[in-house]
Design a protein around this ligand. Sequence first.
Ligand code: CA
Length: 439
Amino acid sequence: MSYLNETHDPALQSWVASANVADNGFPIQNLPFGVFRRTGGDEAFRPGVAIGDQILDLAALAALQPWTDAAGEALQACASEKLNGLMALGQTHWSALRLALSRALRTGSTMQSALEPLLTPMSQAQMSVPAHIGDYTDFYISLNHATAVGKQFRPDNPLLPNYKWVPIGYHGRASSIGVSGQQFRRPVGQTRPPEDGAQPGFGPCQRLDYEFELGIFVGKGNQQGDRIPVDESESHVFGLCILNDWSARDLQAWEYQPLGPFLAKNFASTISPWIVTLDALAPFRAAFERAATDPQPLPYLQAKNADSAAFDIDLETLLATERSRAQGVEPAVIARSNFKDAAFWNVGQLIAHHTVNGCNLAAGDLMGTGTLSGREAGQEGSLLEACQGGKKPVALPWGEERTFLEDNDEVILRARCSKPGYPTISLGECRGMVLPAKG
Ligand code: CA
């Protein structure tokens, strides 16, 4: 569990000047983890921590062996190409490393001269998927999204009777997950026949969509056959990132019954490069609320920390197109929502549910929350909802409109936490671009 401690002092400043700039998103109170290398070479990727507009090389720092105890052990686990080793150590080690990094990077630290040569500007870094993702599960935790999408697929019966009892999910594909900047070909596949019994359509997807989700990186896993109890489950979460679960709606509509999504979802998924720890998000915890008219979850999903099990994270979706880039116009904001308002299930419940049958989770496993749509217009987490299934195109300020994504469209997802008196904690950005289908 994450407790507020000296690393959350809003007055802390870093000797890395850019970390102290208001709203830069990566102040010393954040310290998210990623995997990077300097651009222009073929050096190995290695873990780093973001501070302002710089990245501190944790593998190089590990070689200096500056710390002993849990922080030292956690740092040694960063002498690697991925974060799995650090993730597997668990909450005590993560918090110890965070505290040691916070002390090393704050103004007045005696380590400044040793650490300065270990910084790389973000503008000169290439990021990679931060962990080896062994398994990827996608949930469906927004009641608003489930209802809106359900209406389009099943107008008479939008919300199935299990929804308010079971955190719905499916096993997705890990191999096609890429990091921000990912470009992928428009998928090709089968679509529903024009009439029952006729031959299905086949060709490039005509209803390509994004889904704004958050990704939950599992830290310490569990043995197969063991459950992770809901009151311990958050301590198994290393942190959160942004996730775009690209979705081919026309392929989905034809293939999804009876086993759920398959080729509509597995061609590409994009995550932001930085994993923001639950420690860093602790100041933005909020009460997890459920309407009094909704059923209370079964006991194995009832956590004692309901008064702080939600996270107040603002989500913003932007779109850039070939034309907007040619005109030099800024990307258009097409939706804004918030994690806490969009989620019917919380992070701890997802972990507890995933393991209630004895399913084993491992360090680096990724869980998508599902599309995080709010209740109001303008809070949609996908184009399917924003354009009401294609009926109401979204107008873009430079004169185009969209129902679904066109070739060379770029979707930019951003997430950040802010409140008065505390530095902004950014989850960064998740960009991805649709390329034309392969002929
Ligand atoms: Ca999804």
